[in-house]
Design a protein around this ligand. Sequence first.
Ligand SMILES: [Zn+2]
Length: 172
Amino acid sequence: MKKWDATKAKVKKQQADDLMDPYLNAIEYKDKSVCSKCRSIYHDKRWAEDKELYNLLMKDPEKVIFTVCPACRKIETKYMEGVVELKGDFLFEHKDEIINLIKNTVEKADYINPLEKIANINIDEKNKTIEIITADDKLAQRIGKNIEKAYKGNVEYHFSKEDRLTRVYWKR
Ligand SMILES: [Zn+2]
């Protein structure tokens, strides 16, 4: 695993937004396609969580077009856009609180855009590191921002154009 090294950090202000998401346009989804994994619905050219529409569609399940949304496909194929690495003694003293904050961030993001999902949270007790893998780079940035807002500490953002990967480091 990559070690925290603040001295080597190069912070770029460039955003990864303008880069094409290879998963987003890979498949042409039919309107009202339903993700069989997260139940998000493709409607009006965007993915959204819509319980009402879901229940409506499921009244006639034979007509429903089931598919897998881009976010769930990313998770399935272990494609990631964001890595958040948290480190430090303070982190582990407030571990549960901070993990709750991350989960709340994801829930909110999921409501706004169901394509923002967490693939995995790895907790390394020995090295006092928590690593969060996200399917979406903006979610990684948002987690970093929310943790900094709530707990101060040091946060750094690294954007890599080659592999479309955003890395967020937070230490306290
Ligand atoms: Zn999905």
